[in-house]
Design a protein around this ligand. Structure first.
Ligand code: ATP
Length: 377
């Protein structure tokens, strides 16, 4: 779907409806009119380069920052002037904000104490939440410093969830964890989301994490939303070279496009052998038009060509610049004359390497399976 497609996934009821959110810090504009809806029970990830405004947007949803302009409703209620504590949202920060001098149990139960929940009820809810987060009962009497980093992050999650918020806002909650712990907490987070039916909005730098966890990904750039869509939309149907390049390493082949019947395009490239190729209308971004354009060719769709290429394939000649054995796959970088960046290819991993550094090679792909984008600005 194109830019501005903010409809909640699956047409569910919007729990968060943010329209035209502007945020100025002094004279600097951090958000330039951002619109986002989040459906009840949906998991949305906010991604984008450092400083693009992800955390600012999350803080506005949480009530830790007030928007300069725009309208925010949560559960149909206008949030203007509503303090964080009175919103049906809870936020988990990148840096743990656990109280060091309260026990783990008191940390988790703190929101219930504020809500003046009866002690027996609160104790039961803290125990249930600790259990859900795989925190052993004996941990409840410890100090936060006596738990590991991953366990502390689970305490922070338990504290955010104990008061049963409708929306959980997560600001890079896993960025401080090592790779293995991160993987296990990601799996737990996904399971938790499924079990609780709470809406999650996650800010992350980790694109794989966003692809794995989110129902929809919102890609931001310089205070604006560039595209909102399912992980498959964002990966296979990016609106431009920025989104395509941001979500995974990829290739852009300069092409010349002319309009073809049925809304598609006929494309040619001076760098490729194989003649004009037809790109169907559904394989062209809404902004792509006749003239100079970029063909998005994902690394996993390119292979070495030996002998006669299959009909319809485009073939480029080049030289192996580098390769990386990654286990399940091997990445090759092939220098092609006339192409700015080396062509990146991901081949299935194998014991025998198909080519060494410096080898003259031919690589090929099916242009009809590529995706046409407007030329990079
Ligand atoms: N309290 C503040 N005062 C002034 N400027 C701020 C403040 N908070 C953020 N900014 C600026 O607003 C812009 C957006 O910041 P924000 O933290 O929302 O970005 P981000 O996308 O979350 O970045 P990162 O991925 O690095 O965390 C940045 O240019 C930042 O310097």
């Amino acid at each position: 779907m194109a830019t501005g497609d903010n409809d909640a996934a699956g047409g569910g009821t919007a729990i968060i409806d943010a329209t035209g959110i502007v945020k100025d810090y002094g004279h600097a504009r951090a958000l330039h009119g951002v619109s986002l809806t989040v459906a009840a029970g949906e998991f949305v990830a906010l991604v984008g380069p450092s400083g693009c405004g992800k955390t600012t947007l999350l803080k506005i949803l949480a009530g830790f920052e007030e928007a300069t302009a725009g309208r925010l409703t949560i559960q149909g209620r206008d949030m203007h002037g509503v303090p964080a504590a009175a919103r049906p949202t809870r936020m988990v920060f990148q840096k743990l904000a656990l109280f060091p001098h309260k026990t783990v149990g008191d940390n988790i139960g703190f929101p219930l104490k504020l809500q003046k929940v009866a002690k027996a009820d609160a104790t039961a809810r803290v125990a249930a939440m600790a259990d859900l987060m795989h925190l052993k009962p004996e941990y409840l009497g410890r100090w936060p410093a006596q738990l590991s980093g991953g366990e502390q992050q689970r305490v922070a999650l338990a504290r955010a969830l104990v008061s049963q918020p409708s929306v959980l806002l997560l600001d890079e909650p896993m960025s401080a964890l090592d790779a293995k712990l991160k993987k296990s907490l990601q799996a737990e987070l996904k399971k938790l989301h499924r079990e609780l039916g709470t809406s999650f909005v996650l800010v992350t730098h980790d694109l794989e994490e966003a692809m794995m966890l989110a129902d929809r990904i919102c890609v931001m750039r310089a205070g604006r939303v560039v595209q909102i869509g399912t992980p498959a939309d964002i990966y296979y149907r990016p609106v431009d070279t920025f989104v395509a390049g941001f979500i995974g390493e990829t290739n852009f082949l300069p092409v010349t496009a002319t309009a073809a019947a049925g809304g598609g395009f006929s494309v040619t490239s001076p760098l490729a052998r194989g003649g004009a190729a037809t790109i169907a209308a559904e394989r062209a971004a809404p902004g792509a038009g006749a003239g100079r354009a970029a063909l998005l060719v994902r690394p996993e769709t390119i292979g070495f060509v030996t002998g006669e290429p299959a009909p319809g394939r485009w073939v480029l000649d080049g030289e192996v610049e580098e390769y990386f054995v990654k286990g399940a796959s091997t990445q090759y970088r092939v220098r092609v004359a006339g192409l700015q960046a080396a062509l990146v290819m991901d081949l299935p991993g194998s014991l025998e390497l198909p080519a060494e550094v410096g080898a003259k090679v031919a690589v090929g792909f099916d242009p009809a399976g590529a995706y046409l984008l407007p030329e990079a600005p």
